[in-house]
Design a protein. Structure first.
Length: 231
C-alpha cells in the first residue's frame, strides 16, 4: 500500500482526523502526485502530558512503525518512495497512556525536509471532561427537522486543558436508530482554533420520523450522553 494523503493507522482504529463539514458528509480531497525520490520523514518526542516526563518505548504508527528511545525521541518515515506532499496521520501509543493521533503537513515543494511532531500523552487514569457543542453553544440537547442534517462537536479536556488528537466514539441507543443516524462513528479532536474550538465533528442525519434518540460519546474512560430530538 503506497503513501496517501491521509494514511490510516492500525492500533485502536483507522479513521479521520480534523474533518471539516464536507468531509463529514463524504467529500474526499484527491491524493497529490509524487514529487520526489525521498522518504517522508517526521521526528519528535513523546512525553507525559501531566509531568513532562519522557516516555520510552512508545510506538508511533502511520504507514510504517517507529519506537521512541529512552529520552522519548523518535524518527518516523514512510515505507515507499517517492514521498508525497500533503497531510498525513500519525498515532502515538504507550502502556498506561491514552493514544493520541495528530496530522502533519509535508510541504509539496519540499517533501524531503524532515518535519517535527510531538505527542504529549495523557495517563489512562486521568479524568477527562467531555463537552458537546451545537455550533458555538454548549448543550446536551439537539433538535433537527425531519430529514435534516447537523453536526455535533465534541471537545475533550484533561486537568482543565484542551486536548488535541483524542479519539472520540459515538453510539446511538437501539431505539434511537429509528430517528437519527451518525455519518461517522468516531472522530478525533483537532488543533485549537480549527473547526469549532478544536472538537471532534460528528455528522447527524435525521430520519423521516419524529422522536428522541440518545447518543453516547466516549473518550478514554469518560462518557457523555446527549439527546437528539427529531420534529
Amino acid at each position: 500500500m503506497g503513501m496517501k494523503k491521509v494514511i490510516g493507522y492500525c492500533l485502536v482504529v483507522c479513521g479521520i482526523v480534523g474533518i471539516g463539514l464536507g468531509e463529514v458528509f463524504g467529500e474526499v480531497t484527491p491524493t497529490p502526485s509524487p514529487v520526489s525520490d525521498c522518504f517522508c520523514s517526521v521526528s519528535g518526542k513523546v512525553t507525559d502530558a501531566i509531568t513532562g516526563k519522557n516516555i520510552g518505548d512508545a510506538i508511533i504508527v502511520g504507514e510504517n512503525t517507529s519506537y521512541t528511545s529512552t529520552d522519548g525521541s523518535y524518527t518516523w518515515s514512510g515505507l515507499e518512495i517517492p514521498c508525497y506532499g500533503g497531510t498525513y496521520i500519525l498515532t502515538a501509543s504507550a502502556k498506561n497512556y491514552i493514544s493520541q493521533t495528530k496530522t502533519i503537513a509535508i510541504d509539496d515543494e519540499k517533501p524531503c525536509v524532515e518535519e517535527t511532531l510531538d505527542f504529549p500523552l495523557i495517563p489512562s487514569s486521568t479524568q477527562l471532561s467531555i463537552v458537546t457543542l451545537g455550533g458555538e453553544i454548549e448543550t446536551s440537547e439537539f433538535t433537527y427537522p425531519k430529514n435534516g442534517k447537523g453536526v455535533i462537536t465534541v471537545t475533550v479536556t484533561a486537568n482543565g486543558e484542551w486536548r488535541e488528537g483524542m479519539l472520540v466514539t459515538a453510539a446511538i441507543g437501539k431505539a434511537g436508530k429509528r430517528y437519527v443516524s451518525i455519518t461517522n462513528p468516531y472522530a478525533f479532536t483537532t488543533k485549537r482554533g480549527e473547526f469549532y474550538k478544536g472538537g471532534a465533528l460528528f455528522g447527524i442525519q435525521a430520519e423521516n420520523q419524529s422522536g428522541k434518540a440518545r447518543i453516547v460519546f466516549k473518550a478514554g474512560n469518560t462518557k457523555k450522553s446527549v439527546i437528539v430530538e427529531v420534529k
